[in-house]
Design a protein around this ligand. Structure first.
Ligand SMILES: [Mn+2]
Length: 352
């Protein structure tokens, strides 16, 4: 659980998907309220995924007498095109019904960063803030609480954008992006380690924005790690092999820490590259099946290549079954699914 006090406001960084997540949010807010001495009773949700669990948490807090403000940019433009989007639309409608004017859900095209949905210090009197555990959630929560700096909105949009743009903000913003890039990879055996590193990074960045030199030094040490990871990525890019024309694979199993954003950008530099594949020993599927193949469609082809065509239509997105895919341009599979479906599918796929 990642938490900070931003301008004295208890802030919880969480994506709510389960009943346990709802309970964590409720406990956190009740705890914050118990020692709250300020005026009002507002809880801000910002940049948090619009899920049924989020709706549940918001509804419970409302019924306990809190005013809940919801600001987010994950709304769906136009008609939902898949099951995940339909769920978002349903949950968003419930939030609007629950909160009325206090619910402001917009879309990324209009608001690339959630910080643009609040003014500086607009929620400085909040009892608690619930935010997404990423750079967008952090910057938006800070601004809402009253901790900001010139250029924060532009930085936040870059931090929440494509990997190759994440490190192109102001120097302080780059330290956050690079720190996130070198967080330990997802490994269930070391989940606590990753969370502790994530917590320290967010805390250091908040302190550094507020002028703390020691925190800034620690961020600069992570920057050196990042630069090393970029060099590893450059070497890995040289080892790419074509699976079929337009599909390149890099085996990163047991390789030193690399930067996925740099690696992908280097692979996508080839105009013929439609799909990049990483063969990995870390990740939610690797945790269950040993090896994980992570496919992603190059930016230019995301409208024309649908990775869902590579798995049987009856297949569900389920790590136990060796498949995770929520959007058409990302697909993670086990080695079994790769061999049985994905590789044959790639060989017979008509590339645009
Ligand atoms: Mn966001």
């Amino acid at each position: 659980m990642i938490t900070l006090k931003i301008n004295n406001i208890p802030t919880l960084f969480i994506k709510a998907f389960t009943a346990a997540d709802v309970q964590i949010i409720l406990d956190f807010v009740r705890n914050a309220a118990a020692s709250f001495a300020g005026p009002g009773n507002t809880v801000l949700f910002i940049d948090t995924p619009i899920t049924a669990a989020t709706v549940e948490a918001v509804g419970r807090l409302k019924s306990e007498g809190f005013r809940v403000a919801f600001r987010d940019h994950h709304g769906i433009a136009g008609n939902p095109s898949n099951d995940r989007e339909r769920k978002v639309v349903t949950a968003a409608a419930k939030l609007e019904q629950l909160l009325g004017e206090d619910c402001r859900i917009t879309i990324r095209d209009l608001h690339p960063a959630c910080s643009t949905l609040v003014s500086v210090g607009e929620f400085a009197n909040a009892v608690a803030i619930i935010a997404d555990p990423d750079a967008d959630g952090l910057t938006a929560a800070m601004k809402a609480a009253g901790v900001s700096y010139p250029g924060l909105d532009d930085d936040a949009a870059k931090l929440d954008g494509e990997p190759q743009f994440q490190v192109t903000g102001t120097p302080i913003s780059q330290l956050l992006a690079k720190g996130i890039a070198v967080l330990p990879s997802y490994d269930p055996a070391k989940a606590k380690e990753r969370e502790a590193a994530h917590q320290l990074l967010f805390s250091d960045w908040l302190k550094a924005v507020c002028g703390n030199e020691t925190a800034l030094k620690r961020l600069e040490e992570r920057e050196i790690l990042y630069e090393e990871a970029v060099r590893v990525s450059q070497a890995l890019a040289q080892t790419a092999v074509a699976v079929v024309p337009g599909v390149v694979l890099v085996d990163v199993v047991d390789k030193p820490l690399y930067d996925p954003g740099t690696l992908n950008a280097l692979l996508e530099r080839d105009p013929d590259c439609r799909i990049t594949v990483l063969r990995k020993s870390l990740g939610p599927i690797a945790a269950l099946h040993g090896i994980q193949y992570s496919l992603s469609v190059s930016k230019a082809y995301q409208g024309t290549v649908d990775l869902h065509n590579l798995i049987p239509s009856y297949a569900k997105s389920d790590p136990d079954l060796g498949i995770i895919s929520n959007v058409s341009f990302l697909l993670h599979t086990s080695e079994d699914v790769w061999k049985a479906h994905v590789l044959p599918g790639l060989k017979s796929m008509e590339m645009p």
